[in-house]
Design a protein around this ligand. Structure first.
Ligand SMILES: Nc1ncnc2c1ncn2[C@@H]1O[C@H](COP(=O)(O)OP(=O)(O)OP(=O)(O)O)[C@@H](O)[C@H]1O
Ligand SMILES: [Mg+2]
Length: 283
């Protein structure tokens, strides 16, 4: 996979502050990759998210988005077209009184011709399965539906990458599932690069790569199976274990020879059954 985002020794402090909120971040996100960023409250996740579409620019070091240096003013417009950002509260992202007008808002600002906007709005609403709501008022929708309209608004700008900053945290379980399903589909079917910031471990286990941040630094990064089974790193970073790892970890502490590598309920059940049948660890 080719590289899409390159973060090179990025440091950042807010104006008037002496503290580096980002304190030497280095990482690479590849095109079409699904990356999850985790870390305790205040570790700098949202600050980093805002760097990915040039709302904030680094105090030191550089971020390249598809080869474009975000510190250069001339690249900002192009970067915003390439990277769409979705925030926590859908109410803050909806600007129009009718769903389809809301979705058209982004492409209108990009000065795209009207017939092209029409096509993009319809396609974006279909992609998030909200097409039949196009004439409705957003305030009448559920939280999950509103967040899907917000995603459609970003999709209509045809970004190559979508960054979601705790975009499901205000939604009920059904709304969360709707949004996650939409995101996964875009990633798999359209190769959209996804960066998801979340506190939900069950969302994170689906990622290609997990990054754990702590105090403005990247503490570790790797595949979910490596990261989520490293109990000491998770506990050190103030993160919860997945329910599966928690159960296996407790059983292991009681002397049962189980591997912690099972990520979800199904793998966990298989690992326990296998153990009861006296076989080797599965993962
Ligand atoms: N506009 C700002 N001006 C000054 N300091 C800020 C500003 N925004 C955030 N901070 C500080 O930067 C630090 C990191 O904040 P950030 O919102 O990036 O963390 P986070 O990892 O997203 O946290 P959370 O999990 O609570 O969303 C915090 O100490 C916060 O108080
Ligand atoms: Mg945040």
């Amino acid at each position: 996979m080719e590289s899409f985002i390159n973060i090179n020794n990025v440091k950042f402090k807010y104006e008037g502050s002496d503290t580096f909120i980002l304190d030497g971040i280095n990482t690479e996100i590849k095109k079409g990759e699904f990356t999850v960023i985790l870390g305790r409250n205040g570790c700098g996740k949202s600050t980093l998210a805002k760097h990915l579409n040039a709302i904030l620019t680094s105090s030191e070091g550089n971020i390249f988005i598809d080869g474009l240096n975000s510190s250069e003013e001339k690249n900002v417009y192009e970067i915003r077209k390439k990277v769409g950002l979705i925030l926590q509260n859908p109410d803050n992202q909806i600007v129009a009184g009718v769903v389809e007008e809301d979705v058209a808002f982004g492409p209108e600002n990009l000065c795209i011709p009207a017939d092209e906007i029409r096509k993009r709005v319809d396609n974006a609403l279909k992609a998030v399965r909200m097409y039949e709501y196009k004439d409705k008022a957003p305030y009448k929708l559920s939280g999950g539906q509103k967040q899907r309209v917000a995603i459609a608004g970003v999709l209509a700008m045809k970004p190559e990458c979508i960054v979601l900053d705790e975009a499901t945290s205000m939604l009920d379980p059904e709304g969360r599932e709707e949004v996650m399903e939409t995101i996964l589909r875009l990633n798999r079917e359209q190769n959209t690069t996804i960066v998801l910031i979340t506190h939900y471990m069950d969302e994170a286990i689906m990622a290609d790569k997990v990054i754990i941040m702590d105090k403005g630094k990247i503490k570790t990064e790797g595949k979910p199976r490596e990261i989520f089974t490293d109990v000491s790193i998770l506990k050190d970073s103030g993160l919860a274990l997945t329910q599966s790892t928690e159960l296996l970890y407790k059983l292991k502490k009681r002397g049962y020879n189980l591997s912690l590598k099972a990520l979800n309920e199904e793998e966990c059940a298989k690992e326990i059954i296998n153990f009861l049948e006296g076989k080797e660890c599965l993962y």
